[in-house]
Write a protein that binds this ligand. Sequence first.
Ligand SMILES: [Zn+2]
Length: 234
Amino acid sequence: MLQEEHSLSEDKPPSYIDLHTHSFMTGDGVLRVQNIFPDVSGESSLPEHFSIGIHPKNIDPEYMERDLAIMDRVLAENRSRGVVAVGECGLDKFSLVDSATQEQVFAAQIHLALKYELPMVIHSVRSWQEIIRMKKLHARKQTWIVHGFRSSIEAAESLIRHNILLSFGEAITEEQSKARAVIGELDYDSFFLETDESTMPIESIYKSAAHLCGCEVEYLCERIRGNFERVFGS
Ligand SMILES: [Zn+2]
């Protein structure tokens, strides 16, 4: 990519977007998509931007229907303000819940996302082929984002080909992480950045990402904002 594309003409402070976080911090100018689980959705004040989903490690067959019904209600009540995605949800080879049940709960959430025309934030551990299979089966045209990506370039390219974007977190700051080699190979319009459960500031993750991509932090902020507007329409 040409050098001049990496800098921006406008002189304004970078504005960070954290695509997926469990932090409820506000008031510092960062746009956070805060993750909530159905069990806390009864709280009176929901975040300004949030996603709601049943994590594959949290599935409890006894409460599955109740949690899906809570999600349905929260999505209906907040579709025009606040909720931006369904998730995190997906498949996890390390979950104690059997894979058939995980797929059943994931499929139910895919259908909620289709019902409310929302993108999805996907949790995938050792499951990217299954994620693509589910996408082809249920929601070819929907935009999904696999968060916390730390797999190979082959996985990244396959996911992106199937309209599944990626979100990178703290892993890109770790010396041994595969994700470090992946991010610099991707088009800017195929990824986001996030903190997830890390206490590392989002600014540090952007700084590492910009270094790995060979661009300025401001440029990266601008491109990711563009991705956010394209996917979430805001
Ligand atoms: Zn998370």
